[in-house]
Design a protein around this ligand. Structure first.
Ligand code: PPS
Length: 295
């Protein structure tokens, strides 16, 4: 039976005011009661901020740079997307239940929706943030190719939705600010995509320190190589080309699209930029978190 018309391109549904995929909202009790383990490492991001990149780096670290071992399965199976529950398609909660420790767990949830077991267990968490304009652009192309999202509309229409938080996982502004605040009280390493672009080796060392792990320099260099954009783009275990075409159509826009900082300059008109910046100042002035929109 062809389930596609039922599953894809459906409107988002709110959970506590945050728009999410309809089936996640329906199955929210499963997410809420997710049982974290003390040795879980949570990878938390707003969508399109470097989740897959840092996931690949962390799996390489966990496997001491053994790139072949990291090709054992697709990234979405090695690092399950906890809250992604779509009938007949994916259930991150169930996948994680049967996964041996230590687990790498992916989430896009804003801080207030994270299952409480993560806080109770004092799990380590890596948060990756990326500047808003590049996220908006990346998200616009992702909406086009990944059919669990509603149709994005025109770029102008999508940008309006992004700025008002009416996109999957809600407001970018609240997400990055919320996690930034939380790191004062919990074991959260807050990284920036732009820093990773600028000096990925430095950021790998930050991850190693946070994980209290030590690896020989030649292994760090291997991790650096295998997690580079060009190598990951060609790696079917990292580039999402093994996901069903009904879900992700790479001919519309590849998952590994450009992997750069500052691509927003190719997308925003001057008027869009000016409006965006004015609104950004208002939304972000309450926070000390600072972004670079290019490097
Ligand atoms: S998702 O769907 O939310 O999990 O997407 P996410 O992985 O967070 O973000 C996808 C964007 O990250 C880029 N990417 C990389 N950039 C640099 N280096 C590496 N290794 C890398 N891997 C993924 C990917 O190309 C998406 O960004 P855009 O700007 O669309 O190219």
């Amino acid at each position: 039976m062809d389930k596609q018309p039922d599953i894809f391109r459906r409107p988002l549904v709110d959970v506590q005011g945050i728009p999410v995929f309809w089936s996640m909202a329906e199955e929210w009790s499963q997410v809420e009661s997710f049982e974290a383990r003390p040795d879980d490492l949570l990878i938390a991001t707003y969508p399109k901020s470097g989740t897959t990149w840092v996931s690949e780096i962390l799996d390489l670290i966990y496997n001491s740079g053994d790139a072949e071992k990291c090709k054992r399965d697709a990234i979405y199976n090695r690092v399950p997307f906890m809250e992604l529950i779509v009938p007949g398609f994916s259930n991150g909660v169930e996948e994680l239940k049967v996964m041996p420790s230590p687990r790498l767990v992916k989430t896009h949830l804003p801080v207030q929706l994270l299952p409480s077991s993560f806080w109770k267990n004092n799990c380590k968490m890596v948060y990756v943030a990326r500047n808003a304009k590049d996220v908006a652009v990346s998200y616009y192309y992702f909406y086009q190719m990944a059919k669990l999202h509603p149709e994005p509309g025109t770029w102008q229409e999508f940008l309006d939705k992004f700025m008002t938080g009416r996109v999957a996982f809600g407001s970018w502004y609240d997400h990055v600010k919320g996690w930034w605040e939380k790191k004062k009280d919990y074991r959260i390493l807050y990284l920036f995509y732009e820093d990773m672009k600028e000096d990925p080796k430095r950021e790998i060392h930050k991850l190693l320190k946070f994980l209290e792990r030590d690896l020989p320099e030649e292994v760090v260099n291997k991790i650096l190589y295998h997690s580079s954009f060009d190598v990951m783009k060609k790696n079917p275990s990292a580039n999402y080309t093994t996901a069903p075409k009904s879900d992700m159509d790479h001919s519309v826009s590849p998952f590994m699209r450009k992997g750069i900082s500052g691509d927003w300059k190719n997308q925003f008109t001057v008027a869009q930029y000016e409006r965006f910046e004015e609104d950004y100042e208002k939304k972000m002035k309450s926070s000390t978190v600072k972004f670079r929109s290019e490097i």
